[in-house]
Design a protein around this ligand. Structure first.
Ligand SMILES: *[C@@H]1O[C@H](CO)[C@@H](O)[C@H](O)[C@H]1NC(C)=O
Ligand SMILES: *[C@@H]1O[C@H](CO)[C@@H](O)[C@H](O)[C@H]1NC(C)=O
Ligand SMILES: *[C@@H]1O[C@H](CO)[C@@H](O)[C@H](O)[C@H]1NC(C)=O
Ligand SMILES: *[C@@H]1O[C@H](CO)[C@@H](O)[C@H](O)[C@H]1NC(C)=O
Ligand SMILES: *[C@@H]1O[C@H](CO)[C@@H](O)[C@H](O)[C@H]1NC(C)=O
Length: 435
């Protein structure tokens, strides 16, 4: 093998030589010159070639070494190649295994998913069971509380029974009390009725007592009065002592008061008890005012029912009525037993026998009680004092009215005299006159 290689190399060298001569045609003249130059130097020219051959021979040796080395390397490579193949096979195997694993993993993943879904399912089942459990717990609680309730209920019903028993007891005691109350109220009613009869009796007794008191008072007054006349008292009880000197004087009956004395109209010693001469006084007065008297003695006035009653209760009085018609004509009317009863009898009017130059219009009012707008004693359906604006001994209503509204109802019913300009009522003790 080494020889063929050497031959090959020799051939290559020859070729190189030939190539060198042919290519030198153009420079042939240069070469000839060179030959001339180099004539003596042929050895000199072959020597490098021989060196070269030597060098080639070395190089060939070396390449043989290298070839050996390469074959070694080749062997190595082969080994390596086999190794690589083995590794490749191994890798292939591993890849296959990897695929297997991958598949396995995928399968496992699927399994896992299945598992997960199962788990989910189970979870939801658990949840639903939890709710059921909760419900059941609630139910159990409810059952427990229901039991409690039942117990309470039974307790309560026991209480209720006890209560009912107590209620029955109370009811019976209430009924007893009701009965007692009705008994008591009957007694109370009886007592009230008894009290009523007793108080009625008491009232009767009181009236009797009151009357007796009044009688005693009157008696006492009479005694005092009699005592006074007995002892020649200074204050007179009539206008008698004033004789020819008429005007206002104090007199005393039960009480003392001023009177207007008159000795001109119809003789001496008259007491003026009523006078209308100017119409300046309001005669629409209530009972209390007519009782007490009102007006002024120098004008229109009414002496007062109580004083008239007092005076005329002591002895017999005569009444003189003086009337002046609107045309100035003067009339009179006299009664010989003028008397006014006490307040209890309504200050009723008594007259006695009549004498006069006009009709006896006053007769219509005999025995009538006095009536004012606030005390209706007249037998008329209406209150006559309201109609005629003054108190009077109205029947229904009047034939004469000396207290009626001045200029309108001050009148004496007669054929000739009707409404009046003036009117006066005068009284004096009857027996005094007879003396
Ligand atoms: C109370 O007694 C009366 C009469 O006996 C009866 O009618 C009534 O029902 C009783 N009430 C109760 C609450 O027991
Ligand atoms: C009522 O009172 C009268 C007389 O006081 C007496 O007789 C009668 O028994 C009384 N009745 C009652 C129910 O108390
Ligand atoms: C009567 O009057 C006299 C003298 O005024 C007097 O002393 C006497 O007590 C009176 N008698 C009576 C009962 O009033
Ligand atoms: C008179 O007195 C009455 C009662 O007080 C009253 O209503 C009336 O107006 C009086 N009349 C006059 C004219 O003053
Ligand atoms: C006044 O009138 C009356 C009738 O009302 C009459 O009788 C009388 O004569 C008259 N007097 C005078 C003075 O005219």
């Amino acid at each position: 093998m080494g020889r063929t290689k050497i031959n090959v190399i020799l051939l290559i060298i020859l070729k190189l030589f030939l190539v060198g001569t042919t290519t030198g045609e153009e420079t042939c003249e240069n070469d000839r010159e060179m030959d001339k130059l180099c004539g003596g130097h042929t050895y000199k020219s072959v020597k490098p070639l021989l060196d070269y051959f030597k060098q080639v021979r070395n190089e060939l040796d070396q390449s043989e070494i290298k070839e050996k080395h390469i074959s070694e390397i080749n062997a190595d490579l082969m080994i390596k190649y086999h190794e690589i193949v083995a590794i490749h096979e191994k890798l292939m195997k591993e890849a296959f295994q990897l695929d297997e694993y991958k598949n396995q993993i995928i399968r496992k993943e699927n399994d896992l998913q299945l598992c997960q879904s199962k788990v989910d399912k189970l979870e939801s089942e658990i949840n639903s069971q939890q709710t059921t459990i909760n419900k059941l717990t609630l139910h159990a609680n409810f059952l427990a509380s229901y039991d409690e309730c039942k117990k309470e209920l039974s307790d309560k019903s026991n209480n209720l029974e006890i209560c009912e028993v107590q209620l029955k007891k109370l009811n019976s005691s209430v009924i007893e009390k009701d009965e007692k109350i009705s008994e008591y109220s009957a007694t109370i009613q009886n007592i009230t009725e008894n009290q009523k009869t007793i108080s009625l009796k008491l009232e009767e007794k009181q009236t009797v007592l009151f009357k007796k008191d009044k009688d005693i008072e009157i008696c006492h007054e009479e005694i005092v009065k009699l005592n006074r006349t007995l002892h020649n008292n200074n204050i007179p009880s009539s206008c008698l002592p004033f004789g020819e000197h008429p005007s206002v004087h104090e007199i005393e009956v039960c009480s003392s008061f001023d009177v207007l004395c008159d000795s001109q109209l119809a003789g001496l010693d008259w007491i003026v008890i009523q006078q209308r001469i100017n119409g300046k006084e309001n005669f629409t007065r209530d009972w209390a005012t007519y009782r007490k008297g009102f007006g002024s003695l120098d004008g229109d006035f009414f002496l007062g029912l109580e004083k008239m009653s007092e005076l005329t209760s002591l002895q017999q009085y005569e009444l003189y009525i003086h009337l002046v018609a609107k045309n100035g004509s003067i009339f009179y009317a006299r009664y010989d037993d003028f008397k006014i009863s006490d307040e209890d009898h309504g200050y009723a009017l008594s007259l006695g026998k009549f004498k006069g130059n006009i009709k006896d219009a006053m007769r219509n009012h005999e025995n009538m009680k006095f009536t004012t707008f606030d005390r209706d004693n007249d037998p008329s359906y209406d209150n006559c004092a309201v109609w005629y604006n003054g108190g009077w001994w109205y029947k229904s209503c009047s034939h004469c009215n000396l207290n009626g509204l001045y200029g309108q109802y001050l009148y004496w019913y007669a054929e000739k005299a009707n409404t009046l300009k003036e009117a006066k009522m005068l009284i004096r003790p009857k027996e005094d006159k007879n003396k």
